[in-house]
Design a protein around this ligand. Structure first.
Ligand SMILES: CC(C)(COP(=O)(O)OP(=O)(O)OC[C@H]1O[C@@H](n2cnc3c(N)ncnc32)[C@H](O)[C@@H]1OP(=O)(O)O)[C@@H](O)C(=O)NCCC(=O)NCCS
Length: 214
């Protein structure tokens, strides 16, 4: 355990946490709300947005847990271009082999087809200045862990690890429908990227990192 706060602890994520990463991702995957009812493949959100970080960038992958088990994570990748290559060249191909491609017409998608399409199409680079903000990350907490200061704390841990490696900045993507997350990010020092590149439904926020990150 790296640190504790009341009943909550934060520690590096391990391979044994992969099912929990997927569970948290699913239960927060609809613009911050539970996506269980929307997805027909309960694994896919986690296989795109959570599990590969524990595999490809474990030094910046942390879980938050309490007596009930893992209740959140914060995940980062220091070099988004390198991580995109990992996703497209190593991570997606074996998953692609067992998923049908629903095609490019979003009007024909149902359930988890959006995710099947991501797996087949591959990951695009975000429309942000990757020289200034080369890292990216994800944070998701289950409802029982929200609103207690744990999000700020977990981000401090992850951004501290990135800053200690000399990473100059980070960007995060969030659903344009997730106003709560935008309020949180702005409160902890992120700002909407300028120009505010929007890819599909995703808004990007950025933050420069130094030794003192918050
Ligand atoms: C978004 C999320 C990570 C925030 O974590 P959290 O633990 O609930 O937030 P914290 O309690 O640490 O809040 C940190 C600060 O942000 C502020 N804040 C939180 N939500 C806010 C909001 N919607 N608007 C303005 N400020 C907000 C808090 O008041 C607090 O301020 P302070 O530290 O100056 O007192 C968490 O609620 C969550 O995982 N939500 C569901 C999944 C999700 O939306 N993830 C983001 C996907 S992009």
């Amino acid at each position: 355990m790296i640190d504790r706060r009341g009943p909550f602890g934060i520690r590096p994520a391990t391979p044994e946490d992969r099912a929990a990463l997927s569970m948290v991702c699913l239960r927060t995957g609809d613009a911050g709300e539970d996506a269980t009812g929307k997805e027909d493949d309960p694994e896919l959100l986690g296989l795109i947005y959570a599990v590969p970080y524990q595999v490809g960038a474990p030094e910046f992958a942390f879980v938050i847990e309490d007596s009930g088990g893992v209740c959140g994570y914060v995940l980062g990748a220091a070099d988004t271009m390198a991580f995109q290559r990992f996703m497209n060249d190593e991570w997606f191909p074996p998953i692609r082999a067992r998923l049908r491609d629903p095609g490019a017409d979003a009007g024909l998608w149902n359930g988890s087809d959006w995710g099947r399409r991501v797996v087949h199409e591959g990951w695009s680079l975000p429309p942000v200045d990757l020289a200034r903000y080369p890292a990216h990350g994800h944070i998701d907490l289950l409802p029982r862990a929200q609103g207690r200061g744990l999000g700020r704390w977990a981000m401090e841990v992850m951004l501290g690890a990135l800053g200690a490696q000399g990473v100059p900045g980070i960007h995060l993507g969030l659903s344009a429908r997730n106003g709560k997350a935008l309020g949180f990010y702005e409160r902890i020092g992120f700002r909407v990227a300028d120009p505010p590149g929007i890819l599909d439904d995703t808004v990007f926020v950025v933050k420069a990192l130094g030794r003192a990150v918050m």
